[in-house]
Design a protein around this ligand. Structure first.
Ligand SMILES: [Zn+2]
Length: 145
């Protein structure tokens, strides 16, 4: 999560929204680390998680992240959760909750990551609240303009 928070700060310095994610092996080796690029790309799908999953798949040359974990600074939205499920990640780890995302003024959908994974029927572990204080502070210090 430390690396993800560093990437989040790099994104803020580049005038991006305060979200970042990475894909790591179960042993902790990093495959990708990306920030949200919705603003710079003018593409609403360029969430940090999507960028991280895309980059991770590019780096291994296949769209299957079995054996890898998606780590996000905030609770992944339904789009990102579905993409992680389609990529067969073993687990999703996140920091700030979607309630904190909303508190910081960013748009959130009323479907949580755990509920979304349940709907997919896949057995993907979801671990929320990891370094949640630091992740929440990064959001609340950089609210939606
Ligand atoms: Zn998302």
């Amino acid at each position: 999560m430390d690396q993800v928070l560093d990437e989040l700060r790099r994104g803020i310095m580049r005038q991006q929204s305060p979200f970042a994610a990475g894909v790591f092996s179960l042993q902790g080796d990093r495959l990708s680390l990306e920030c949200n690029t919705v603003k710079s790309s003018s593409k609403p799908s360029r969430h940090g998680e999507i960028n991280a999953i895309d980059q991770a798949c590019r780096s291994i040359g296949k769209p299957n992240l079995s054996g890898y974990v998606l780590v996000s600074s905030a609770e992944p939205c339904p789009m990102c959760t579905a993409t992680a499920a389609n990529a067969n990640v073993d687990a999703i780890v996140f920091g700030a909750s979607r309630q904190t995302v909303a508190e910081a003024g960013y748009q959130t959908l009323q479907l949580g990551c755990v509920e979304m994974i349940r709907l997919t029927g896949q057995s993907i572990s979801v671990i929320g609240g990891v370094q949640s204080d630091r992740c929440a502070q990064a959001l609340l210090d950089n609210p939606h303009p």
